[in-house]
Design a protein around this ligand. Structure first.
Ligand code: GLU
Length: 421
């Protein structure tokens, strides 16, 4: 998988700006607002000194970017990865702003990251890094300021430490400072499955739109983490045949369909696909170019670029990851007539249920799984239809339509609030 972000095409912040500029142009956004919405509201870099298990001291770098606070507190995950860069965090924060606006949940957008390799850290070291990071960003987060969540390399346990550190410092129980918590600590039912389920709902709606039948379709899923594996399981539940799946090391392909129960059990045990004997071994690059109906890139950024977009054979791409296609790839995918469900819609099920978790924490009243799923279903379908309708009315791609919908909602409240100062 691609971990270098050297070229301009692969700089995620530039990729975000390229689409922002197109959408802002179509909306006829006034120059002042264009400048405001293009620039992150606030960004901080913090040093995180930690005493490692061997007694040595290491100083990690952490970021938190709040792209927009116009529609509500900032919202967005925290990523732990060795290749985190500030431009990536900026892009991810802006994508959260547009994503929250597309699904119309009352949040702005933010994102955080720590440069570290969670695979190489012990549980104790991870806990120390997390707690010190929280202490460093304490003043800018909070239930009404900025509400983090899991992202790549982070999970419910890390959110539990986050919530605990914040609550201890504030002197009160404040679970709504963070979402994606374990259920017993105020997490919401349905949050773990939410992103993958949202991907499935978007694919199901796309199939309806294109008059295709799930049971006649095959899918390849890149990634087998929380988003990839659950997207695969969810798609299988509506009748789609999953023929390929991958992790960071590579993928497996079986034209006859993969045995997802065996794969899930193996992943639960080993966290990797290695050792499975249920198909042919392929690379992540090959997975993307398989002759399938549905492609779900659910791993990381920049996997579909101007270099390989021409070789994509899928009819539908549903972006489980944030930023898997570059702006250069967009043009080629459009020319090929591929129906792309863009990240800020396709993976918005996660933040939608994060919003439900925040609401339930503030009410201290919890919903059933069915209530969560029904509410999410409604929001995802409404958002899908709003994007497709926008694309039709303005003759633009689904991606630019989603940006237009999001940007317009943020621009509207920014105009109402006015410019202070
Ligand atoms: N990290 C997820 C995303 O990129 C979830 C964010 C959230 O729930 O706040 O959408």
């Amino acid at each position: 998988m691609n971990h270098t972000k050297a070229s301009a095409e692969e700089n995620p912040f530039e990729a975000m700006h390229a689409r922002f500029d197109l959408a802002a142009g179509k909306l006829g956004l006034e120059p002042g607002l264009y400048q405001i919405l293009r620039t992150p509201d606030r960004e901080i870099t913090v040093a995180i000194p930690v005493v490692m298990d061997d007694g040595s001291i290491q100083v990690f770098t952490g970021y938190r970017v709040q792209h927009s606070l116009a529609r509500g507190p900032a919202k967005g995950g925290i990523r732990y990865a060795p290749n985190v860069e500030i431009d990536e965090v900026r892009a991810l924060a802006a994508w959260m702003t547009w994503k929250c606006a597309v699904v119309n949940v009352p949040f702005g957008g933010g994102k955080g990251g720590i440069i570290c390799d969670p695979q190489k850290l012990t549980k104790g070291e991870l806990e120390k890094i997390t707690r010190r990071y929280v202490a460093r960003i304490m003043d800018i987060v909070g239930p009404d300021r900025d509400i983090p969540a899991p992202d790549m390399g982070t999970d419910g346990q890390i959110m539990a430490w986050f919530m605990d550190t914040y609550s201890v410092h504030q002197g009160k129980f404040l679970p709504s400072v963070v979402t994606g918590k374990p259920i017993s600590l105020g997490g919401s039912l349905g949050r773990i499955e939410a992103t993958g389920r949202g991907v499935m709902i978007c694919v199901r709606e796309a199939l309806k739109h294109l008059a295709m039948k799930a049971e006649h379709c095959t899918a390849a899923v890149q990634g087998s983490g929380n988003v990839g594996l659950i997207s695969a399981l969810q798609l299988a539940s509506i009748g789609v045949k999953i023929v390929a799946i991958s992790d960071i090391a590579g993928g497996i392909y079986n034209q006859k369909g993969l045995d997802l129960a065996t794969i899930s059990a193996h992943l639960a045990k080993t966290k990797r696909l290695e050792g499975l004997d249920c198909g042919e071994t392929i690379t992540n690059a090959q997975l993307l170019e398989l002759p399938v109906d549905i492609l779900v890139p659910a791993a990381t950024e920049n996997v579909i670029t101007s270099r390989n977009a021409q070789n994509i054979k899928a009819r539908i791409i549903a972006e489980g990851a944030n930023g898997p296609c570059t702006a250069g790839a967009d043009k080629i995918l459009d020319q090929k007539g591929i129906f792309v469900v863009p990240d800020i819609l396709a993976n918005a099920g996660g933040v939608t249920v994060s919003y439900f978790e925040w609401v339930q924490n503030r009410m201290a009243f919890f919903w059933t799984q069915k209530e969560v799923e029904d509410r999410m279903e409604h929001i995802m379908c409404e958002s899908f239809n709003a994007v497709v309708d926008m694309a039709r009315r303005f003759s633009v791609s689904n991606r630019i339509a989603a940006y237009m919908l999001g940007i317009d909602r943020v621009a509207t409240v920014t105009r109402m609030r006015g410019i202070y100062g």
